[in-house]
Design a protein around this ligand. Structure first.
Ligand code: ATP
Length: 317
């Protein structure tokens, strides 16, 4: 069914370097959420905190009544079984073929027989479209295939929560579209809670139910997709529309002189909000809300052309 992740007042520093402070959000059960943010704003640190690999100094992360941020190792070990994690490069063992890589968590964490392991591995390989590639070594396949193999491995323990770190890094736009479609199809099928960290604005506009933005040591905003795609808040608007005009500079925040220099520049109008990506089965997403519902309920006029079936997802398309 997927489980909810409730984060409250989370703060993490390394030495004197504050990564983010007071991060509060609830990632809804079974929905797809995306976390965005300029490089170095601590998106990966956030993912690692959710599985207890990194311990924040303050705040809580509640999953099924357990606080990941403060629970003992023994409880953490149990709660981690709810998670599947897809790391950026698939994190495959280079000397093992894909079958053994995917089978690894089953052999490590369960007492299943080899024939049960085979059935589960082949089922997950089928889900990600890799049947026939079981004997290949990770070094012999493309980056896209490695990611799919990593996804199959993340699925073998039937996770309630899938954490996915930059699935599009190193992928061309077509492969990115395929992997996005795979996420939506999987979400419809297994109903797990998905949290995807990405830089890809086009994916962000069509894939998730919710979007979050980490910026300048805090969570600038988290909420339904339509809320962020129609937001006039300068940081959110600049980032989600990939613009140079706005408070975000090349390396960090723009300074006062830079902001003064562009004070008369107008931000381009918001592009239309596209429809969400649908499962390829044609069955609606499990948590599908009618297009425009959030805007309507909140008295927000969406940009002209929003939610039309001809509206392209890509900015500038
Ligand atoms: N174990 C660690 N010890 C010390 N500093 C760390 C550690 N892990 C991450 N950091 C620092 O935390 C900051 C945020 O890193 P993180 O990788 O989470 O950023 P990110 O938003 O995922 O970046 P990118 O988009 O470039 O992948 C960086 O300055 C990084 O150097």
């Amino acid at each position: 069914m997927g489980v909810e992740i409730k984060v409250d007042g989370l703060t993490k520093s390394f030495g004197k370097q504050v990564i983010w402070r007071d991060v509060t959000l609830t990632i809804p059960a079974g929905e797809v959420s995306v976390m965005l943010g300029p490089s170095g704003t601590g998106k990966s640190v956030f993912l690692k905190s959710l599985i207890g690999l990194i311990k924040p100094e303050q705040g809580s992360i509640l999953i099924e009544g357990t606080d990941i941020a403060s629970c003992p190792e023994r409880e953490l070990y149990e709660i981690r079984k709810l998670f599947g994690v897809l790391f950026q490069d698939g994190a495959m063992f280079g000397s093992m073929n894909l079958f053994d890589n995917v089978a690894f968590p089953l052999r490590e964490h369960t007492k299943k027989s080899e024939s049960e392991v085979r059935n589960i591995v082949m089922e997950k390989m089928d889900l990600v479209g890799l049947v026939g590639a079981e004997d290949k070594l990770p070094g012999e396949i493309s980056g896209g295939m490695r990611k799919r193999a990593g996804l199959a491995r993340a699925l073998v323990l039937d996770p309630e929560i899938l954490l996915i770190d930059e699935p599009d890094s190193g992928l061309d736009p077509v492969r990115t579209s395929f992997i996005n479609q795979l996420f939506i199809d999987l979400n419809a099928q297994i109903d797990a809670t998905f949290l995807i960290v990405t830089h890809d604005i086009n994916s962000t506009r069509t894939v998730p139910d919710n979007i979050g933005l980490l910026y300048h040591k805090h969570l600038a905003m988290f909420g339904p997709r339509e809320m962020l795609l129609s937001s006039e808040e300068p940081v959110v608007r600049q980032f989600l529309n990939a613009q140079t005009v706005g408070p975000i500079g090349m390396s960090e925040e723009k300074d006062a002189d830079e902001l003064e220099a562009e004070k008369d520049l107008e931000m381009p109008p918001l592009p239309p909000i596209p429809l969400q990506l649908e499962p390829s089965s044609g069955i609606p997403r499990r948590h599908q809300r009618p297009p425009g519902e959030w805007c309507k309920e909140n008295g927000v006029t969406p940009p002209p052309g929003s939610f039309e079936s001809t509206t392209a997802g890509a900015i500038g398309a």
